[in-house]
Ligand binder design. Structure first.
Ligand code: GLA
Length: 355
């Protein structure tokens, strides 16, 4: 439904924010490490105008539901509108000087939900950017990312990192976004023209995933404690003192992160030098580490990765928070037809998406 059909007016602001796929560097962001995502074409669009009803009215095309509220208190049962309330709360808290206005907000999206490509970050970044535009607040894109993370961490209560919000707020399609998550310095560079990245959906639902994500998060915090560092990201592979971690599970989790940071740094050089085979090999190693040491994969996902490589991909790995969702594969343009043909013999073509 259009904004006009729902609210009987035209929107004053139209703003969108895109989803992302992480090419390499998983569960490294909240430990002050490195990541290499890129922006996808899928996006969430937010339309806003003011109303004189003295309440907020938000319509979600995905849920086909309109919510009306005039406070920012979180719902007792998880509700999609909490993300919007959280964004409004964080935005007004940040911009204390602006006089509050009541708004009509329409949300539409073509991002596949709960598949590890950051639909929630795109939503939060999109809402905060639209408020920034509406109230002419001049908050920078980097700071918008930080505010969007605050919504998820402090308001919703998910212990995520900053990768998704940063790339959604600043990234560019077909450019790799290298981010140092400790100081938020980033670099955008071109993905070579012949490099094609494709997503394959493992069709695994997310519910289970949040709790496993949080468990991995706390395991890595334990590793930091054992190694007496604030951030695992500060440890180079050659300085990794394994003896300091007595718990074999914690050791495996830390090993994944420390080797993964090393892979991200190498992968950037390979991409810049157009070394597709070497980059692909790092993706394969990254997946093995994510699957064996971090234990964040599933049998179905491992099989997609295997089949993708068999079909001619240079690299393939599970992307995002883990425990299902999408795999991302790297294919040379010349081999794309063969890869697509072989993969669509095994998987539903609707679950194979171009990056
Ligand atoms: C989710 C989180 C990110 C990051 C990834 C794993 O997408 O939102 O911050 O931790 O998982 O790399």
């Amino acid at each position: 439904m259009s904004f006009k059909a729902i609210f009987k007016q035209k929107p004053e602001i139209i703003q969108s924010a895109n989803a992302r796929v992480n090419l390499i560097g998983e569960h490294t962001d909240y430990t002050g490490g490195f990541v290499l995502p890129t922006l996808l074409k899928f996006k969430t669009t937010i339309e806003v105008n003011e109303n004189d009803e003295k309440k907020y009215q938000v319509y979600s095309e995905y849920f086909k539901e309109k919510k009306i509220f005039n406070d920012f208190i979180k719902s007792k049962n998880n509700d999609w509108v909490d993300y919007i309330k959280g964004c409004l709360f964080v935005f007004f808290d940040e911009s204390k000087s602006i006089s509050n206005k009541y708004l009509n907000i329409n949300i539409s999206s073509n991002i596949p939900m709960e598949r590890g490509i950051s639909s929630s970050s795109a939503l939060c970044v999109g809402i905060i950017k639209s408020l920034n535009k509406f109230f002419k607040s001049h908050i920078s894109d980097k700071h918008i990312a930080i505010l969007a993370q605050k919504v998820e961490r402090d308001y919703i209560g998910v212990s995520g990192g900053i990768m998704d919000q940063m790339v959604s707020s600043i990234g560019i399609h077909r450019k790799a976004f290298f981010l140092d998550c400790l100081n938020l310095k980033y670099e955008l560079f071109d993905i070579p023209k012949n490099w094609k990245f494709y997503l394959v959906d493992s069709d695994v639902q997310r519910n289970l995933r949040n709790s496993s994500y949080n468990e991995r998060y706390s395991q890595l915090k334990k590793a930091e404690k054992a190694l007496s560092v604030e951030y695992l990201g500060s440890i180079k592979l050659e300085n990794f003192n394994k003896e300091k971690i007595s718990d074999p599970i914690i050791l495996k989790r830390a090993k994944h992160v420390i080797t993964e940071n090393d892979r991200v740094l190498k992968s950037i050089e390979y991409m810049k030098k157009n070394k597709i085979e070497e980059f692909g090999n790092l993706m394969i190693k990254s997946h093995l580490s994510y699957s064996n040491d971090f234990e964040a994969s599933t049998r179905g996902v491992d099989l997609i990765v295997k089949n993708s490589i068999k079909a001619g991909a240079y690299g393939s790995r599970l992307t995002g928070g883990g425990f299902g969702g999408f795999t991302v594969s790297l294919i040379d343009e010349n081999k794309l037809d063969k890869w697509l043909k072989q993969m669509s013999n095994i998987y539903d073509i609707n679950n194979i998406l171009e990056v």
